[in-house]
Design a protein around this ligand. Structure first.
Ligand code: ZEM
Length: 292
């Protein structure tokens, strides 16, 4: 026998991952009446998006491949505040399926959350390989700053390779979830039913009169002039809505939920794959939504 054998790094022989079963296991842990509006879905979507949205098409760095948000400093970037909740939530799933990479797990969790909360089917495939150290971290500042204007939002998303239509479609994910004062400093949800994925975001932004509201932390956001709900919009979003080139897509998606679902599904599928060196032979999954 080869005497160096025992000194070689142990290759972990893990059995092939049953991604259909992983989907179901994630679907099972979404609901929690003690958390936010009753679902971990929105924060999982935000995790998947922040893992992917660091991509830079010119340097081909960032994106979901390495799951570099596991490491400081990326885990500590201001944009990622609060996402430990989502990462920790998925640890028991990772423990149950050691063969799945964090990048695959996080992006799959985003897909599960969107589908289970009523959104479109999103094509997904495995193939991400975990980074092993902070060297895989991306520089701070690659994710959008909600306090800035539409030109900043364009710069950020063009850097990932998206066009205006895709940017607006992707922002429709804000039908889900809410802002937290202890995470972003903003406060409140974008829709009345923040655990249901639909084109509601576009109806809300078009259908209300927005006024500025100062926040205790020195910032400000938009709130509905004629109602005492906590519905809000970020400074960047009203700037986008008032932009001539973005507006037609806001109008389109407010009127046409099917078109929104179709365009969102494509753009989100693309987002999840940014920076991933697929071999090309990975199976593409279109998961069946559970009836839970
Ligand atoms: Zn968001 N997002 N986002 N976003 N996002 C927040 C929350 C959520 C922007 C942004 O600054 C913020 C996309 C695009 C953009 C989600 C998904 C997607 C919050 C609140 C802010 C401030 C964080 C907090 O306090 O918890 C900006 C400026 C964007 C560009 C226009 C895209 C693209 C997304 C997915 C496709 C989701 C689901 C949430 C809700 C998270 C939660 O915990 O409820």
């Amino acid at each position: 026998h080869n005497s160096t054998h025992s000194l070689a790094p142990q290759k972990t022989e893990s059995k092939p991952v049953d991604y259909e079963q992983v989907y179901k296991d994630i679907a099972d842990i979404l609901e929690d009446n003690d958390y936010d509006d009753g679902s971990f879905g929105p924060v999982l979507v935000r995790l998947a998006w922040h893992a992917s949205g660091t991509y830079d098409k010119d340097s081909k760095t960032g994106g979901s491949n390495a799951a570099s948000m596991r490491f400081a400093p990326e885990s500590e970037h201001g944009a990622n505040a609060g996402l430990k909740v989502a990462r920790d939530l998925l640890e028991p799933i990772k423990a149950k399926y050691p063969g799945i990479s964090y990048g695959d797990l996080w992006t799959l969790a985003g897909v599960v959350a969107i589908q289970e909360l009523g959104g479109p089917t999103i094509a997904w495939r495995p193939g991400r390989t975990d980074g092993v150290s902070a060297q895989s971290c991306t520089p701070d500042g690659r994710l959008p700053d909600a306090g800035k204007k539409e030109d900043h939002i364009r710069d950020i998303f063009y850097r990932m390779g998206f066009n205006d239509q895709e940017i607006v479609a992707l922002t429709g994910a804000h039908a889900l979830g809410r802002c937290h004062t202890d995470r972003s400093g903003f406060d409140g949800p974008w829709s009345e039913q923040p655990t249901i994925f639909s084109n509601e975001y576009f109806k809300v932004i078009a259908g209300r009169k927005w006024v500025k509201k100062d926040l205790p932390n020195g910032g400000w956001q938009w709130v509905d002039k004629n109602s005492d709900t906590t519905i809000m919009m970020l400074p960047a979003e009203i700037s986008m809505y008032n932009d001539k080139a973005f507006r037609p897509y806001f109008d389109l998606y407010a009127k046409d939920n099917d078109r929104f679902f179709e365009d969102f599904s494509k753009a989100f599928g693309t987002l999840m794959e940014l920076g991933v060196p697929f071999k090309g032979d990975e199976k593409v999954y279109r998961f069946k939504t559970t009836n839970a």
